[in-house]
Design a protein around this ligand. Structure first.
Ligand code: MTE
Ligand code: MO
Length: 399
């Protein structure tokens, strides 16, 4: 019986395919014909349509554009689809004219050209960058219908640059220097205070992304890459590092990027990004064409290190099953998870939860809200539920 049923399915698929071949006769003819000439810089296929989404606003210079996570495969984000978040537009900086100044409480103030930075010993790391405000609307259940708009302020690139510790050693921090104040060269002069201990640990002054120069939107020609810390601290278009003995209480670490607790107190300097995961297929807005075998898949990451385990539920959270993790699991990078799943036509509520190497377990939305309330816009990392309806349509349970 079973065999017959699957044979019928194969026959039906065959019929669909041959029908398709007849309908695309012209396209089939184009195969094997002389193609277009070589180009100097690559483009994807004109048939590929995934793009970053952004809200239409009256101030297009400021805002965010979201990575199309549902269309992503593997573990890297192409630079052209890396999410963007600008507070005052994308400056057009000539690297030949740009300088990075290291000053304040240092023995030897430095003014370095981009070429002088690029000649120094460098490091390459694959790292997630996530906006502290990613999936912030989930707090209030005013979330978007799909994974791109609700979780797309996160991307994973390979970054190349010079360790900040090396530059600080060249400048020679004076005794008592405990903070580094980073400033961008864009119109808002984005400014963030970074504790010296973190500055000496693993921060990069990056000039490379995915094998080439940073994109202008990603901070060309120089930006900070701070592993595991909220996107906002990763100052783009970096032009000044001031060594100091106190934090500066800059605009973007006081008025914003603080977490308002239920008791009305705000937590500030909440730099650390915690473990998070989300199912990208099936996810909101998609439709399963019918019953049968699917690969349930998604992305997990943690600002604290490697992903240890990802579990998936298809019954709204009663039973959790271990997903397969794509190796190598790099610390603070996207880890792709997968689980074969048979959709039997009954409504299913699916979700994932990640556990990182520190033992931290991604909370449910309810657990998170019990501790943090719903006043905050930042650092939402709750487990995300999607509803797969009997007809195969997928929706956000919170919408
Ligand atoms: N100079 C400067 N740096 C900046 C910003 C900015 O507007 N100006 N935005 C910050 C925020 S809020 C985030 S989330 C990340 C976004 O980096 P991306 O656009 O490369 O994804 O950059 C941060 N660095
Ligand atoms: Mo951000």
């Amino acid at each position: 019986m079973k065999e017959q049923a699957s044979r019928r399915r194969i026959l039906r698929m065959g019929a669909v395919l041959s029908g398709g071949m007849l309908a695309t006769k012209d396209a089939a003819l184009a195969e094997g014909q002389l193609g277009t000439p070589l180009g100097p810089y690559g483009e994807r296929s004109t048939y590929e349509k995934a793009v970053r989404w952004r809200r239409d606003t009256k101030t297009p210079e400021t805002g965010s554009s979201f990575t199309p996570l549902a269309d992503s495969v593997g573990t890297l984000t192409p630079s052209s689809l890396h999410y963007e978040r600008h507070h005052a537009g994308i400056p057009n900086i000539d690297p030949a004219a740009h300088r990075l100044v290291i000053h304040g409480m240092v023995e030897r103030p430095l003014s370095l050209s981009v070429a002088e930075i690029k000649r120094l010993p460098s490091v390459t790391r694959t790292l997630v960058l996530e906006c502290g405000g990613n999936s912030g609307a989930e707090w209030a259940a005013q979330t978007a219908p799909d994974v791109q708009r609700s979780f797309g302020l996160v991307s994973c690139s390979e970054w190349t640059g010079v360790p900040l510790a090396l530059l600080l050693a060249e400048a020679g921090a004076r005794p008592g220097a405990t903070w580094v104040i980073a400033e961008g060269a864009d119109a808002c002069r984005m400014e963030r205070s970074i504790p010296m201990a973190k500055a000496m640990e693993n921060i990069l002054v990056a000039y490379g992304q995915n094998g080439e120069a940073l994109r202008p939107a990603q901070g060309y020609p120089l930006r900070l890459i701070i592993p595991g810390w909220e996107g906002n601290t990763n100052v783009k278009w970096l032009h000044s590092l001031k060594v100091a003995d106190q934090a500066y209480m800059a605009r973007d670490e006081t008025s914003k990027y603080t977490d308002l607790m239920p008791d009305g107190k705000a937590r500030i300097f909440t730099y650390q990004m915690e473990a998070k995961s989300v199912i990208t297929f099936p996810s909101g807005g998609q439709k399963l064409p019918g019953q049968g075998l699917y690969e349930l898949t998604g992305l997990a990451w943690s600002g604290r290190g490697r992903i240890e385990r990802v579990e998936i539920t298809t019954d709204g959270g009663k039973i959790w099953v271990k997903a397969d993790l794509q190796e190598p699991r790099l610390p603070i990078a996207f880890t792709r998870f997968r689980l074969p799943w048979r959709f039997d036509g009954r409504e299913a509520v699916i979700a994932s939860r990640a556990v990182d190497e520190s033992g931290y377990v991604q909370p449910t939305r309810e657990e998170l809200i019990a501790v943090r309330g719903v006043n905050s816009n930042f650092h939402f990392n709750g487990s995300k539920k999607w509803r797969v309806r009997a007809d195969g349509t997928v929706t956000n349970v919170e919408v």
